[in-house]
Structures are given as structure tokens and as C-alpha cells.
Design a protein around this ligand. Structure first.
Ligand code: IPE
Ligand code: IPE
Ligand code: MG
Length: 254
């Protein structure tokens, strides 16, 4: 049921909108953008924006878990983000390791499965270790799957899929007749996961930046000018509310 509260209650902004709990997107993906500009507006170094962004991650992961979203994919670091200054890249990697260390207990207590997509072998060893251990210790949980996209690029993922497929063809495991869309999906990092229903990009940019290219065929997009460090529960609710009011036709007619 959709219900608007009156203006006197507007300060309780996140309760302004009530969303239909029976129509929560199964998979939400977020391009967490705008940290650098958030910091610049405050005359702070870019890294301060990334640090502030961690608070938004905490809140949104918690909310998605409460709303019983099954998969939340967060774009943390793209295959193109290596172009940034070394100091910024190291700060991002340290924040990642710190996040996993600090948040592990709460995530695990909340039944969250910590997962990653992308080529993590290029990440600092400490990050790889934290990621592998967090995944191992949470993989039997049954709640929200938190996919951290790290050194992830949609084209890199598709290229990797081609390589894996080529190997399997050479080994005689598959032949031309086995190749279909489902089978290709199974060569992606997101194997066994539904495609994202909703892709959220804050910060005002309206592009995919190489995110989930194979999986986004029929995803609904939601943009906002809010910068990631300011993204809160009320923005998530607004995105879900808008999603619930869209007509997903998948090429058909209603
Ligand atoms: C997103 O914020 C974080 C990463 C890409 C790692 P940005 O750092 O891209 O912030 P802007 O786009 O420069 O404001
Ligand atoms: C996309 O943001 C990557 C992440 C949020 C991790 P970017 O800031 O790297 O994207 P562009 O450069 O604006 O397209
Ligand atoms: Mg950016």
C-alpha cells in the first residue's frame, strides 16, 4: 500500500513515503558516486569524501537487510579507477580493509553473506585476505547477499566469461549447441543471482560507467543529484517507491 503523510510530518522524511513490502526489488545495485565532489564542496581532501561514504554504506546495507532485499551490489572500485592518484587508491583500499574488519561481526549477526565480484587478485593482500575470510565465514548465512564490486568492470567480466568458455570448449565440456543466454550468465561473476531490478546512481551522473553491462538489460535506473556520502534511508525509500510505480514491460504489452 502506498501512503503519503501530511506536510506537518515532513521532517520525518524517510517515513514520508511508505513502500509496498510485497514488491521489494530482489536485487538492487548502486554506483556509489560523488564522494570526491562532496569533499570538494566542503574544502576537504577527496579521501574525506570516501570516508564519509562509508557511513552511507552502513546505513544502506542495514536498510536493505531489514527490507529483505536478497542482493545488494555496491560498485566500490572499477577497473578504470586505477587511473587515480596512488594515494587515493591506497586510501580506498585501506577503507575497504577497515570496513570489513569493523563491520564483520554486525554483518554476520544480521545474517548477511559477504561476497565480491571482480578480479580481486590485483587488490592489496590485506584486502584479499579480509574478503576471502569474510566470504568463507558468512557464505552459509541466509539473509542479504552483499556483493562488493572490486576491480570490477562489465567489459572485463564479459572478456573473462569468453576466456572461461573458450577453455571449456577446448576441454570438450561444451559445444556450440550449449551456448545460450542462461549459459552465458553462468560464466559471469553474478552466476546464480537474479539480474538487478533497480540500479541507483547518485551524484547527478547518468551513465553506467562499465557497471553490470550484461546484467542490466532490463534494470530500472534511478538517478539523483544527492552525493553518495549524503545518501540515506529516505533516498533508498524514494528510489524503491519510484521503482514500484514503474511499468516493467520487458518488451511486452500490458
Ligand atoms: C565514488 O566517488 C567512489 C569511487 C569511484 C571509488 P568518486 O571518487 O568518483 O567521486 P566524484 O565522482 O569524483 O565526485
Ligand atoms: C564509477 O564511478 C565507479 C564507482 C563508483 C566505483 P566513477 O566516478 O569512476 O565513474 P566516471 O568516471 O564518472 O564515469
Ligand atoms: Mg565519480
Amino acid at each position: 500500500m502506498l501512503k503519503f503523510f501530511n506536510n506537518s510530518q515532513r521532517e520525518r522524511e524517510n517515513e514520508d513515503i511508505s513502500i509496498d513490502l510485497n514488491n521489494i526489488p530482489k536485487h538492487i545495485a548502486i554506483i556509489m558516486d560523488g564522494n570526491g565532489r562532496w569533499a570538494k564542496e566542503r574544502n576537504l581532501p577527496r579521501v574525506a569524501g570516501h570516508k564519509a561514504g562509508v557511513e552511507a554504506v552502513r546505513e544502506i546495507v542495514k536498510e536493505c537487510s531489514t527490507l529483505k532485499v536478497k542482493y545488494l551490489t555496491l560498485y566500490v572500485f572499477s577497473t578504470e579507477n586505477w587511473k587515480r592518484p596512488v594515494d587515493e587508491v591506497s586510501a580506498l583500499m585501506s577503507l575497504l580493509a577497515e570496513y570489513l574488519k569493523k563491520e564483520f561481526k554486525e554483518l554476520n549477526d544480521n545474517n548477511v553473506i559477504i561476497n565480491y565480484i571482480g578480479d580481486i587478485s590485483k587488490l592489496p593482500t590485506i584486502c584479499q585476505r579480509e574478503l576471502i575470510a569474510s566470504h568463507k565465514d558468512t557464505k552459509n548465512n541466509t539473509g542479504l547477499t552483499l556483493n562488493l564490486a572490486l576491480n570490477y568492470g562489465g567489459r572485463a567480466e564479459i572478456t573473462r566469461a569468453f576466456k572461461l568458455m573458450y577453455k571449456d570448449i577446448k576441454l570438450g565440456k561444451i559445444s556450440e549447441k550449449d551456448i545460450n543466454e542462461n549459459m552465458i550468465s553462468n560464466y559471469m561473476y553474478t552466476k546464480d543471482m537474479p539480474d538487478p531490478d533497480l540500479i541507483i546512481r547518485p551524484s547527478g551522473e547518468q551513465r553506467l560507467s562499465n557497471f553490470l553491462l550484461w546484467q542490466c538489460a532490463y534494470s530500472e535506473f534511478w538517478y539523483s543529484n544527492i552525493k553518495w556520502p549524503d545518501f540515506r534511508k529516505k533516498h533508498l525509500y524514494r528510489a524503491i517507491y519510484d521503482y514500484q510505480n514503474r511499468d516493467r514491460r520487458f518488451g511486452g504489452i500490458k
